[in-house]
Design a protein around this ligand. Structure first.
Ligand code: CFM
Length: 482
């Protein structure tokens, strides 16, 4: 029984192969269909490719101006995006004059109808020059194509080149119009390639040590990176470059000089680790710092690579001493609670096992917006028989999963949270977090605490529901008229 069709999917048969229930006798590569375009009409929770490049890859870089070439909607949509705080500290010891510059400002060309008809390149160049006048302290300017400017064929590379020569600072064009791939994942890829081709290898670090690493695919969500940085620095390891949490433009330029790359988010950033290894011979290892067990395991692996085993043990010991009693408490409260994890992708496999092994919970369903085959294989390997695995679920499926799998808690995003609340189920933000950081030893305690608070909030006792509708009863799906 490889596939279990959700009831609502009987009306959208193309969704059939995106829904899978783990069955141990299935071959390992039996997984949901993934990384394909969303079924038309399915209310996807995915982001677009522009969101992937600006919202994930470049948005955390703290000293560059972002100029979005689009009607105003994409610009305002790209504003703020994630919670990735930065310090004003620059690699040369100076302070960047505007704090959290990356979160405070986004600039756009505000494309109008006439620009669509006659072309928007002149307007883009003018905007870039104005942006530079407004923020002369910025190290570089990044500009983004979007659906509209992708469709009309504006040549962003040509504008970037001209503007760069005129202004004397680097201007980089990111060509990931929203439609260029099935999800934000395509934008991650474009972001990696563009930064690699335009930046890596163009500058030398101010100083180097034998323990220099690139921390790749770590965006400092709610301070995650700062926790990992502390552990690594205590071990004697130097973060030469961060890609791209709390990161400066120049750091990317000297990534080729690290001794080792650590790939944290393996979906969004393995691309650049591969390219750097291929061209400059810097090896990489994939790391996971979610939960105490994975965190300890991975610090040991890094310690072993550099001959810093004892230092790694010290970090692990000191943190475990601190967090173990708290984890015991939360385990006693969370034992047996059913959880449904719906993330972009990687967080669904990072967390499924730790929640079971370290907190006694039961992962009953996992879902992903944009994972690829390798990610689903990992997700499947880390859940038990009978767990539901869904690719790119829509809102109707989300509702049905709640009704059928009856989770006590959902870990998902802001698009799902309030729908879950309306159905009487607590839902915690796993993308940008509630009271993070959630990574590392202390972070895992924060996550446990937030889960505990959400599940035990008295508000859930105040809800009164009429009798539950049968699955699919209130579901209207339009017949395909084509
Ligand atoms: Fe990587 Fe991320 Fe994620 Fe991601 Fe994202 Fe994210 Fe995510 Mo939201 S970079 S793939 S595009 S770990 S924003 S910090 S939580 S969907 S699972």
């Amino acid at each position: 029984m490889p596939y279990k069709l959700l009831e609502v999917d009987k009306k959208i048969p193309q969704r059939k192969n995106h829904v899978y229930v783990k069955h141990c006798s299935d071959p390992d590569d039996e997984i949901p269909d993934c990384n394909t375009k969303t079924v038309p009409g399915s209310m996807s929770e995915r982001g677009c490719a522009f969101a992937g490049v600006k919202g994930v890859i470049t948005g955390a870089i703290k000293d560059v101006i972002h100029v979005v070439h689009s009607p105003i909607g994409c610009t305002s949509y790209g504003y703020g995006t994630k919670r990735y705080p930065t310090t004003p500290d620059m690699p040369n010891g100076e302070k960047f004059p505007i704090e959290n510059f990356n979160l405070k400002y986004i600039l756009g060309t505000d494309l109008q109808e006439s620009d669509v008809v006659f072309g928007g390149m002149k307007k883009l160049k003018k905007s870039i020059i104005e942006a530079h006048k407004e923020f002369p302290e910025a190290t570089a300017i990044y500009t983004y194509s979007t659906c509209t400017t992708g469709l009309i064929g504006d040549d962003l590379d040509a504008v970037a080149k001209e503007a760069s020569e005129e202004l004397g600072i680097q201007v980089v064009a990111f060509n990931a119009p929203g439609f260029c791939g099935p999800s934000q994942s395509k934008g991650h890829h474009v972001g990696n390639l563009t930064l690699f081709e335009n930046l890596v290898g163009t500058k030398e670090p101010l100083e180097t040590t034998p323990y220099d690493v690139n921390l790749i695919g770590e965006y400092n969500i709610d301070g995650d990176l700062w926790i990992i940085k502390e552990y690594l620095e205590e071990m004697g390891i130097n973060l030469l470059s961060k890609f791209t949490g709390d990161c400066s433009h120049d750091e990317i330029c000297w990534m080729h000089r690290a001794k080792l790359s650590l790939v944290r988010c393996q979906r969004s950033a393995t691309y650049i680790a591969d390219l750097i290894e291929e061209k400059y011979g810097v090896p990489y290892i994939k790391v996971d710092f979610f939960s105490t067990k994975y965190c300890a395991e991975n610090l040991r692996t890094i310690g072993k690579y550099f001959g810093l085993e004892e230092e790694a043990e010290k970090v692990i010991e000191s943190r475990m001493e601190k967090v173990a009693p708290e984890i015991e408490f939360y385990k006693s409260k969370l034992q047996g609670k059913r959880v449904f994890i719906f993330s972009g992708g990687p967080k669904s496999y990072h967390l499924s096992k730790p929640l079971e092994e370290e907190l006694g919970m039961e992962t009953v369903a996992v879902a992903s917006q944009f994972e690829h085959k390798d990610g689903y294989e990992k997700m499947k390997s880390r859940v038990k028989e009978g767990t539901l695995i869904v690719d790119d679920p829509n809102s109707l499926e989300f509702e049905e999963i709640i009704q059928v799998y009856k989770p006590d808690l959902i870990l998902a995003g802001v698009k799902e949270k309030y729908l879950a609340h309306k159905l009487g189920v607590p839902c915690l933000l796993i993308h940008s977090y509630e009271n993070g950081p959630y990574m590392g030893f202390e972070g895992f305690v924060n996550l446990a605490k937030d889960m505990y608070r959400n599940i035990y909030s008295p508000v859930w006792n105040m809800l009164e529901f009429e009798e539950e509708p049968a699955v699919g009863e209130n579901t209207e799906v339009q017949e395909d008229s084509s």
